[in-house]
Design a protein around this ligand. Structure first.
Ligand code: ATP
Length: 202
């Protein structure tokens, strides 16, 4: 069994962090690192959604840039990499990501998300199927209560820490304003953004 070409999905427990990653930031990396260590995950795959269905209102940076920035964010991190397993055609639904992953591996899947995303779960496509396909691993965000917004049975792991108060929205705004981002994004991501002129005022 294998995922997208060249990816190694072998293992007992594999983590997946799906997102828009526009841009990826330290919060994403710290969540994945904590989940990996505490839950004994062999690997965490970051999957930049080609067409994020929840972000229709605003334009999203091209997938190629978001993918490259995510790869840059994970340089030097052990046990984490980008996956190309999501289909580039049609909206990027988490249930389809998990279906593709479960075809790629016999490992137990751990889907990592923030409490803000968890609160939206009922509006996602096939939420009950999502609960069947993976264990949800939820990280705190913005003082949001963590509750399962769809009927279980569910496997759920709730982390109380780390709490990292950073968002891609704030980071984009800071780059647009030319304000310092002081450690909010990995250096390689900041360099990529600068080199490619991303988030500049148009
Ligand atoms: P935006 O500000 O554009 O909405 P974001 O910072 O939420 O972006 P995404 O790529 O949309 O970043 O997030 C991917 C996943 O990571 C989501 O499940 C989100 O809840 C979670 N996440 C992102 N940042 C944090 C954070 N600081 N703490 C906890 N969870 C986070």
């Amino acid at each position: 069994m294998s995922g997208a070409r060249g990816e190694n999905w072998r293992g007992g427990r594999i983590g997946i962090l799906g997102g828009t990653f526009d841009p990826p930031h330290g919060g994403h990396v710290r969540m994945a690192a904590a989940a990996r260590t505490v839950l004994g995950l062999e690997h965490v795959f970051f999957s930049p959604a080609p067409h994020p269905p929840h972000k229709n209102a605003e334009p999203v940076t091209a997938w190629e840039h978001r993918r490259a920035m995510t790869a840059a964010a994970l340089e030097g991190e052990s046990g984490m990499s980008v996956t190309d397993i999501e289909s580039a055609s049609g909206p990027s639904y988490t249930v389809e990501l998990l279906r593709s992953a479960s075809r790629a591996t016999a490992a137990d899947l751990y889907f990592i998300l923030g409490a803000d995303s968890m609160a939206q779960l009922a509006s996602w496509r096939e939420p009950e199927e999502i609960l069947r396909l993976c264990t949800l691993v939820v990280f705190p965000r913005d003082d949001r209560a963590v509750r399962l917004p769809v009927p279980g049975p569910a496997s759920l792991v709730v982390f109380e820490a780390p709490r990292v108060d950073v968002s891609s929205t704030e980071i984009r705004a800071a780059f647009t304003a030319g304000a310092p981002v002081a450690g909010a994004v990995p250096d390689a991501v900041a360099a990529y953004i600068g080199r490619n002129g991303l988030y500049r005022r148009s």
